[in-house]
Ligand binder design. Structure first.
Ligand SMILES: *[C@@H]1O[C@H](CO)[C@@H](O)[C@H](O)[C@H]1NC(C)=O
Ligand SMILES: *[C@@H]1O[C@H](CO)[C@@H](O)[C@H](O)[C@H]1NC(C)=O
Ligand SMILES: *[C@@H]1O[C@H](CO)[C@@H](O)[C@H](O)[C@H]1NC(C)=O
Ligand SMILES: *[C@@H]1O[C@H](CO)[C@@H](O)[C@H](O)[C@H]1NC(C)=O
Ligand SMILES: *[C@@H]1O[C@H](CO)[C@@H](O)[C@H](O)[C@H]1NC(C)=O
Ligand SMILES: *[C@@H]1O[C@H](CO)[C@@H](O)[C@H](O)[C@H]1NC(C)=O
Length: 668
């Protein structure tokens, strides 16, 4: 069903004349920003298929650290390590259909409204005739606030060439069929629209206040800065152009997407939000959390939020989502509608949906972002977050398959003038948390060092040279999600009248700051609210030696003694090792990641293992003496990493429950 061609909404790049009424090409005001053609040439020319080879064989002094100072040494990992590369086989890019678009919504700049354009040539091609009559209709998608989803589609509305879409329609599914036979469908398609909303009077920018920079954030889930360099070298190259600053010492503050994005977007961890704002597991809570988009909104910005892969979305995966529409433009309900009403398709080795209807899943999010930017970029300040998980969450090699596609979007944004106007943030939440990369010797760093690039447009660099300098300085200093939060707050304050009260800074990191001010060189993880477990300043490295198995065995022994000492031995099973997930050695500040591990009598280790009894999983950080074989660990600090409730009902001791597998509940 699904075959190959160029992506429909991007065809205007290939045929620049075609969508002229929806294009607002800008004169480049920056001598360092080349024109479109030369950027394409630069990016495609400099980085060719041999890029990985070139980088590998480069004679330049190799980078050894992302951050290197007395208190923090985050090693730089060569992304092209032969060990990883021998397993790295990206698939080739696929599109979802070969057919051209039969109907497209075109934004008419004069009317400030969408018109539906039917391509009659496409119809004749599909029908293989110029004479057969056909009709087209659309059905509006509306939001179901009760479920943060969509309602049943509204009734079919037939339209003809040049139909002006009413302003209330925010998303639609359309179809054309043979006039004499409604079941002979020529094509179905789905679009979300960025309908123009006039600026509210009281938010009209005052000529006297400073210019407010727009902020557009593009996120790719589970993409470490190591894997970005490996899987998307052309995109990486783009992100090293003038005006971009990579936060190479940016360290995640929590495990998965939700808490990491909560920190950036709200300045709260879920735990302290629960204590101080509301429990994010409860419906309606997200509406009350002081998310950054609310501050931008009050500062006169128009806001948008879109995310793909409905089932694992940040605020909806095991969470209740939003009751109120969080931003001026909110995509989820529409994507739910597309997902529910259109055919979907997974590529051969994909676990997540690749195509919805005629297009790649993430393109709905990116096109939403692109249309949002085009609609307003020249007119007013905007803030938007456009997040995709669909091609990166479950497969570290798939970003390579999507590289040109992502690069093309960046070039499209370039062409649309986004980089002349806006601050752009290209980010991720964390790296691979499981699978091949997480299991490599550098897996500890892979998980914890997400992609984080901040772009400042030329006018902003000229107006605030000290901010650009600070950002430059901060590139190789330890930073976290909460600093990014404060940076966003800083930006939201910039265009406010003098004497406006400062916005509250990140609640969960009193020592965090805006990245537009220099971060202290000797910063430690706790000052950036990075928990010890996620801190890469004193990294751990994965080891797999016969001798290292003794550590897990020693830990199990300690647990068994603990149960005995608490007199639970008669009711709780004696634990025995099933297998070791991984053992990591702490290198600390003294041992180089890049060299062989020296002989150590005593060292810190982190071990994750499974016991045979009910497949219980544990993780422990221990001080291990390799000579005496002594394991020093506080048993009550050992984490149980899977659920214990069911197998520990025979005792009520709150802490011992984590380590007790009731003999009566043993599964064979
Ligand atoms: C789709 O396009 C590809 C590449 O141009 C071509 O090989 C293939 O035959 C086309 N498929 C159809 C059904 O037209
Ligand atoms: C109408 O179109 C459908 C789908 O193309 C086809 O299966 C059916 O035979 C057609 N019916 C008539 C009466 O031509
Ligand atoms: C899927 O993965 C397998 C094994 O990695 C590979 O051999 C195959 O070529 C892949 N299929 C596609 C369509 O890329
Ligand atoms: C309990 O398990 C340990 C291994 O941790 C083993 O050495 C010991 O013999 C076991 N004790 C009993 C009573 O089964
Ligand atoms: C130990 O546990 C057994 C059985 O649960 C109980 O009979 C005994 O009194 C306990 N001893 C102490 C010292 O708590
Ligand atoms: C631990 O001891 C073994 C020999 O039992 C040795 O091979 C290994 O290198 C030692 N590990 C360290 C980190 O010193």
């Amino acid at each position: 069903m699904f075959i190959i061609v160029y992506m429909p909404l991007q065809s205007d790049i290939k045929n620049p004349g075609k969508l002229s009424n929806d294009q607002n090409m800008l004169q480049s005001d920056a001598n360092d920003d080349d024109n479109y053609e030369s950027i394409v040439n630069t990016v495609h020319g400099v980085i060719n298929e041999d890029e990985r080879e070139v980088t590998k064989n480069s004679n330049a002094t190799p980078q050894l650290y992302f951050v290197n100072n007395a208190k923090c040494k985050i090693p730089y990992i060569n992304p092209f390590e032969p060990d990883v590369m021998k397993n790295f086989r990206p698939d080739t890019f696929e599109t979802c259909t070969n057919q051209s678009d039969l109907v497209r919504p075109i934004f008419d700049m004069n009317r400030k409204q969408y018109v539906l354009q039917i391509d009659e040539n496409v119809a004749s091609q599909i029908l293989n005739s110029h004479d057969i009559e056909y009709n087209c209709y659309y059905q509006e998608i509306t939001r179901d606030a009760d479920h943060d989803s969509y309602n049943d589609l509204l009734p079919q509305i037939y339209f003809s060439q040049g139909y002006v879409v009413p302003l209330h329609v925010q998303a639609l599914i359309l179809a054309c069929h043979e006039a004499a036979n409604t079941t002979n469908i020529l094509q179905r398609d789905a679009y979300a629209l960025i309908q123009y909303k006039p600026q509210e009077q009281n938010l009209e920018p005052k000529k006297t206040t400073p210019r407010k920079p727009s902020v557009l954030m593009f996120g790719i889930d589970s993409l470490s800065r190591i894997n970005l360099r490996r899987a998307m070298p052309k995109v990486y190259k783009f992100l090293t152009r003038r005006g971009w600053y990579e936060m190479q010492g940016y360290n995640k503050v929590a495990d998965n997407t939700f808490p990491n994005l909560m920190a950036i977007l709200s300045g709260y961890s879920p735990e302290s939000a629960k204590e101080k704002v509301c429990d994010t597991d409860n419906r309606g809570c997200f509406d009350r959390v002081p998310f950054i988009w609310k501050y931008f909104k009050s500062a006169g910005y128009t806001t948008a939020f879109a995310e793909d892969e409905c089932d694992i979305q940040t605020f909806n995966y095991q969470k209740p989502g939003f009751v109120e529409t969080p931003t001026d433009y909110y995509h989820r309900s529409f994507l739910k509608g597309f997902m529910g009403e259109m055919n979907t398709w997974k590529c051969a080795n994909c676990t997540l949906t690749y195509c919805i209807g005629r297009r790649i899943q993430s393109s709905y999010v990116y096109d939403f972002g692109r249309d949002f930017a085009k609609r307003y970029i020249d007119e007013r300040p905007i803030w938007g977050l456009f997040w995709s998980s669909s091609f990166s969450h479950d497969d570290y090699a798939m970003p390579a398959k999507m590289e040109n596609y992502v690069l093309q979007y960046l070039l499209d944004f370039q062409q649309d003038g986004v980089f002349e106007q806006s601050i752009v943030i290209f980010l991720s939440d964390h790296g691979s948390r499981y699978g091949y990369l997480a299991d490599c010797s550098s897996g500890f760093l892979e998980e914890r060092l997400p992609t984080m690039f901040i772009y400042l447009p030329p006018w902003f660099r000229a107006q605030y040279p000290e901010y650009a300098e600070a950002l430059e300085m901060n590139r190789n200093r330890l930073t976290s999600n909460f600093d990014l939060h404060n940076t966003l707050k800083h930006i939201a304050e910039l265009g406010q009248p003098p004497n406006s009260p400062p916005l509250p800074r990140a609640n969960d990191c009193p020592k965090c700051q805006s990245l537009f001010q220099p971060v202290s060189r000797d910063r430690e993880c706790k000052e950036a609210a990075i928990p010890e477990h996620y801190c890469t300043c004193e990294p751990y490295k994965r080891i797999e030696f016969a001798w290292s198995d003794r550590i897990a065995l020693g830990v199990i022994d300690r647990i068994n003694h603990y149960l005995y000492a608490k007199n639970f031995s008669s009711i709780c099973a004696n634990l025995t090792l099933n297998y070791i997930h991984k053992t990591e050695i702490k290198l600390g500040l003294d041992i180089s990641f890049h060299e062989e591990i020296p002989k150590l009598d005593v060292g810190y280790y982190r071990v994750k293992f499974k016991v045979e009894q009910n497949s219980a999983d544990f993780m422990a950080t221990v001080l291990y003496n390799n000579v005496t074989n002594h394991v020093d660990v506080d048993v009550e600090k050992i984490s149980r990493t899977n659920s214990y409730e069911e197998s520990a009902t025979c005792i009520s001791h709150k802490l011992a429950k984590l380590y007790c597998i009731c003999k009566s509940l043993l599964k064979s």
